[in-house]
Ligand binder design. Sequence first.
Ligand code: KIV
Ligand code: ZN
Length: 514
Amino acid sequence: MRKINFFDTTLRDGEQSAGVNLNSQEKMEIAKQLEKLGVDVMEAGFPASSSLDFQSVKNIAKEIRGCSVTGLARSVKGDIDAAWEALKDGEEPRLHVFIATSPIHRLHKLKKTPEQVIQTAVDSVKYAAKTFPFIQWSAEDACRTELPFLAEIVGEVIKAGAKVINLPDTVGYNHPKEYGEIFRYIRENVPGAENVILSAHCHDDLGMATSNSLAAIENGAGQIEGTINGIGERAGNAALEEIAVALHTRSDFYNARSGLQLNEIKKTSEMVSKLTGMVIPGNKAVVGNNAFAHESGIHQDGVLKEKTTYEIITPELVGVASNSLVLGKHSGKHAFKNKLESLGYLLTEDELIKSFQSFKNLSEKKKEFTDEDLTAIVMEEKLSNGEAAYDLQSIQVQYGTNNITTATVSMLDQNKNLLNEAATGAGSVEAIYNTLERCIGEEIHLKDYRIQSNRSGRDAFAQVYVKIDFQGKEANGRGLAQDVLEASAKAYVNAVNRVLLLKQEQKEKTEVSI
Ligand code: KIV
Ligand code: ZN
């Protein structure tokens, strides 16, 4: 069976999703989980885009050993140099360099003739080959490029040294038949195409990213690119978990397989969802909460008689936990540690102490902790900003249907001064946020607020996501608590702390956009 390489771009294209901004610690956590999942290539970022992205790609390249770490670069020397500096300590440094090839992009964005585009592409690959042992070249907007021109430029960059040729459907425009045709055309019309890996990179604007990626595989693609949960620009990228499970389930049809550890899918998906704040729809293929729920009587009856009547993939295949009750108030640190290890979390002593303390505090109010609860606690502690500027001490809310809602908040600032404030609001959350704004003493605009329970049941944790605009920066924040108002307050303070941390980390930053 043909092995298809899986190229994950959750940390680059995925991070380009509107409203997502991961800090370097969160990116590292995701990178480690992607390594466990078994991706072949991981695009850790776009090193030339900012000093923060540069540093985070560098850290990931140094740390990750199980796969090749790559970074994106435009076809300019500065980007390629930055990518080399960031990636050179990796196990297998790999450059991902691109240029747009379609007439629309050539004319309006690049303002280059077709010949100039070819020359720029060839020069960039030749320049990169002086340092990088492995180069992937991408034709941005390949799908809206004239096929003879696409074939010509692909032939030239292969001669220049590119080893992987990526043909993105940048705007999610193609029908699977058309997309597959492009791969067939390139294989049949480009001398040297047989010596490189052809790669698919699909966006989901028309909901066809997974089908298009599979069509590319049918037509000879040896690599597919995508993100976990399909996050990414606009409607997102192809969801890697969907393609991997499709190849597994329909291996009879595709005669191809991924190298992914399929039972790490659910955990990876939940981690990406938690850290990005991008909620997974219940009906999402493979990882949605309803993906294995049989609701109608006829279906339930069928599944009870024989699972395969309505179940083509099992929850176990993708690592859906049985969600057994595991720990309670009287569980000790040893049992806590063992359980976390069985869930795949290896904590440092400091992380363990903090997580266990948090578990103990929560167990004052909550009797039973499931795998999901423990995962939520650990993620929260692992990713709490160590030197947070503001530290929430307590909140109190007075609410009545006929009264004015009032909140009182105590909080420590960066110098450990205790701040006490009170304010009113139309509702409890508004009252809390007005009070926090007063404590912080600066304007904060709330751009988004979402609340979710981490599982079913009355005593489930509340997980709140907010997006704020503070000191000219947008940031999201997360808060986890038994109580929805406490989770709301935590998320708000977390977002403020993230802006302050980002500003502190951001010494000289040169933003560019793709
Ligand atoms: O969608 C796209 O074309 C891209 C390229 C930069 C590879 O993400
Ligand atoms: Zn893309």
